[in-house]
Design a protein around this ligand. Structure first.
Ligand code: PLP
Length: 391
């Protein structure tokens, strides 16, 4: 082919982390021939089914589409008025006042996290390491500059603005964090908002796991922090709390006060996005109803209980970790100084357990490992029995 391709792709990892894990697990299974069941504490996909009220509403919406009166074609790019209203009310309950026209419905938060670079010119993104790989990959693909902010066990794997030059950055923050499970306190988030305000930076706050927060001390939204409406946007999702990973629906909040970010994003979406699925949005409205929220709470509680069981097992083994509370993830130091992939192979070969090597989330994750609590209770209990034998 005689075309020029985006050279930025050459600067990226050739193989996606989870493809490598899948390949190693497949090789193990073909060697072992199924002698013991492989337990997956690896991928961050939910395992419990969606709530009945959500399924019923989506079925009703599908039926509605089959009638002359109920059929609807393209909807508003920003999403259904009713859904944006329900999200705005949800923020009100958290003490944040955001109008529905500041809310943009998407087909899951990954799209907006990946696409946000479209509206910026030459900027420097501040990306913690380890982090959800999409931030750095999307930054690299779009040819923007990245400054990596290393975190470590010393600061509980929470990035801090201390010592940073007061340059205008596009700052990626995630709490509860994937992969580390670490959470920002109100004070820590205030420091970031203060830094963004005085440096002219913009925070992209990834709240995909807010549904796991149980402590009053941990903000579920950056908009709980005063001043955030002048320096932050928030990306959130129905994926992890309401089980929408396969349904696809989320949202971004871009306050009107953030000019021209709000206008440029509206313009970008008008050209490149045609709105989220009507049926998924109806399901999302049901997920935000009283019953839907109660069902989401039960599901996140189930995973949190799994996380607690795993946390107790690690404590017993005196293995250092963060997370596991207010988060579905645990981030542990690999025992005996093992590197991340060495521990991955050790755990798979001996215990038949799949986790995620920390180094897959950035160099800062080398020597660490992520366990996900998105698994059945039986599998988690069996995993603990196997830890006791092998760790
Ligand atoms: N943000 C974080 C930190 C995630 O871990 C994920 C998915 O695993 C997402 C965003 C994207 O989720 P979705 O596109 O399903 O909303």
């Amino acid at each position: 082919m005689q075309l020029n391709f985006n050279e930025n792709f050459e600067r990226m990892e050739k193989r996606y982390l989870f493809s490598e894990i899948t390949a190693r697990v497949a090789a193990y299974k073909s060697r072992e021939g199924g002698s013991q069941k492989v337990i997956s504490l690896g991928i961050g996909d939910v395992t419990l089914p969606i709530a009945r009220c959500v399924a019923n509403e989506m079925a009703r919406a599908a039926e509605e589409m089959a009638t002359r009166e109920g059929f609807c074609g393209y909807g508003e790019t920003r999403g259904l008025h009713e859904l944006r209203g329900a999200i705005s009310s949800r923020y009100k309950r958290l003490g944040a006042h955001l109008d529905e026209d500041e809310i943009f419905i998407n087909d899951g938060s990954k799209s907006d996290l990946g696409n946000i670079f479209d509206i910026f010119g030459d900027i420097e993104a501040l990306i913690p390491s380890p982090a959800y790989p999409v931030y750095l990959d999307a930054c690299t693909m779009s040819g923007k500059r990245a400054r990596i902010l290393e975190t470590s066990a010393k600061n509980g794997f929470l990035p801090s603005p201390e010592g940073l030059p007061k340059n205008p950055f596009l700052i990626f923050l995630c709490s509860p964090n994937n992969p580390t499970g670490a959470t920002f306190s109100r004070e820590e988030l205030c420091e970031w908002v203060d830094f963004a305000l005085c440096s002219g930076s913009l925070i992209i706050f990834d709240a995909a796991y807010e549904g796991f927060v149980r402590s009053e001390k941990i903000p579920r939204s950056i908009f709980e922090i005063s001043g955030a409406k002048d320096c932050a946007i928030e990306v959130c999702s129905f994926s992890k709390n309401a089980g929408f990973t396969g349904i696809r629906c989320g949202w971004s909040v871009i306050p009107r006060s953030l000019s021209p970010v709000h206008e440029l994003w509206s313009r970008r979406q008008a050209t490149k996005f045609n709105g989220a699925s009507y049926i998924a949005q109806r399901g999302a409205i049901a997920a935000l109803s009283r019953e839907g929220e109660r069902e989401s709470f039960l599901r996140t509680d189930y995973y949190l209980k799994n996380a607690k069981i795993l946390a107790e097992a690690l404590k017993e083994k005196e293995i250092w970790f963060v997370g596991g509370e207010n988060s579905p993830y645990l981030w542990l130091k690999c025992p005996n100084g093992m590197k991340s992939w060495t521990f991955f192979d050790f755990l798979l070969e001996h215990a038949g357990i799949v986790g995620t090597p920390g180094v897959g989330f950035g160099e800062g994750g080398e020597g660490y490992f992520r366990f996900s609590s998105f698994a059945s209770r039986e599998d988690v209990l069996e995993a603990v029995v196997r830890f006791n034998k092998w760790l």
